[in-house]
Design a protein around this ligand. Structure first.
Ligand SMILES: [Zn+2]
Length: 382
């Protein structure tokens, strides 16, 4: 159904002032003042007093559930459609994690298909923590070329649950990813879960010395895991690399909003930084004395919470905070026409209150939340 959003304060994420947004099918047709249109069954939303942002983009989420590192009882359930809508998340890239046995790539791809069928925009990385990589088809190259939703390859480096591939292993894998990406019309990314060991950045440096354009193809996450990893990640980003800070769970030594502000102070360009939730992984739960009492599910709303903190606690401009969870991830993943509000972009828009609480969520041109009520749910959700 066509949609005309009237008088929203648009952050595209750059600020456009109070303008209208016209949407038809799954595209934004026009953005401007005093738009009018006569289209069959068009819905008009009066967005006076609301902020319009691109739908939020979460580039690292365990959509089928992660966890499991302390036995099968610690496996985390899958993410539900309504949770994502409530958090304003319209774009997601799914990953596998530490459990490389019971969590499978066909299951992940099926969940990505399901999220797309329900109106979101979902992609995935093939493989998991380990080397040699696991694949859906014969090889990493086949996965990238034959599976449209597959944007890259996940791996854990410098992590005690990983498999410690050599520099040459990583270089060969990157060469496959780069060629397959070229053939498929994708960037071709190696999405790196950074463990605690600093040797990962030594491997990156050595690969660059071989002449490989590593920074175009490596997207490291958990960059705020420790002060030492943070320092190396900032140096990597100042030299042109992309870095991602985790907004939920145990893979960060401080809130991501603090890491972002410190990275900016350290000279990292905002355009090099993204936030992702790691949602539906497991995080430890502690009592008031700091003793671990169990596990909790990492929240899908972590990105939105950290955007609020960046703006409310640290005074970062709203357009800058939003870029970390909209425009930047879409650009880093090579998805033109996503993460922005402009003519011909994907019709994914959040209308939020001044306090940045989602009131309307629109994805693929479909209203999924109206007046704060989630109106589209997964088939088996209550
Ligand atoms: Zn993760």
């Amino acid at each position: 159904m066509p949609l005309l959003i009237k008088n929203a304060h648009v952050y595209a994420p750059c600020p456009l002032g109070a303008v209208d947004i016209l949407i038809a099918a799954d595209r934004i047709l026009a953005v401007g003042k005093n738009l009018t249109a006569v289209l069959p069954e068009m819905e008009t939303i009066d967005a006076t007093g609301l902020i319009a942002t691109p739908g939020l983009f979460d580039l690292h989420m365990h959509v089928i559930g992660g966890g499991g590192v302390n036995g099968a009882a610690t496996r985390v359930p899958a993410a539900e459609l309504s949770e994502l809508i409530a958090a304003g998340t319209t774009h997601v890239a799914g990953v596998l994690g530490t459990d490389v046995i019971s969590r499978t790539l066909p299951d992940l791809l099926a969940k990505i298909h399901a999220l797309n069928a329900c109106g979101l925009n979902a992609w995935m990385y093939t493989s998991n923590y380990r080397y040699p990589p696991s694949t859906l088809t014969k090889t990493v190259m086949d996965d990238l070329i034959c599976i449209p939703e597959c944007l890259g390859v996940k791996i854990a480096l410098g992590d005690l649950f990983g498999s410690f591939p050599t520099m040459q292993n990583i270089l060969s894998l990157l060469a496959d990813i780069r060629l397959a990406g070229t053939l498929a019309g994708k960037i071709g990314l190696l999405h790196v879960h950074l463990g605690d060991l600093l040797s990962t950045f030594d491997i990156f440096d050595e690969i660059e010395r071989q002449g490989f354009p590593l920074k175009k193809h490596v997207l490291p996450t958990h960059c705020g895991r420790s002060p030492q990893i943070f320092e190396r990640a900032c140096a990597f980003a100042r030299a042109g690399g992309m870095i991602d800070f985790t907004t939920g769970g145990g893979c960060a030594c401080e809130p991501a909003s603090v890491s972002v502000m410190r990275a900016l102070d350290a000279g990292v360009p905002l355009a090099q930084i993204t936030l992702s939730t790691d949602a539906h992984g497991a995080k430890p739960r502690f009592d008031e004395n700091g003793r671990m009492t169990g596990y909790a599910v990492i929240d899908v709303a972590g990105n939105l919470q950290q955007v609020k903190a960046l703006v409310g606690e640290h005074g970062l401009a709203l357009q800058s905070a939003l870029a970390l969870v909209t425009e930047n991830p879409a650009r880093h993943l090579g998805l033109a026409g996503h993460g922005i509000i402009c003519p011909n972009a994907a019709a994914s828009v959040c209308l939020m209150s001044e306090d940045l609480d989602p009131k309307y969520v629109i994805s693929r041109g479909q209203v999924l939340m109206r007046n704060g009520d989630i109106i589209v749910k997964g088939l088996y959700e209550k």
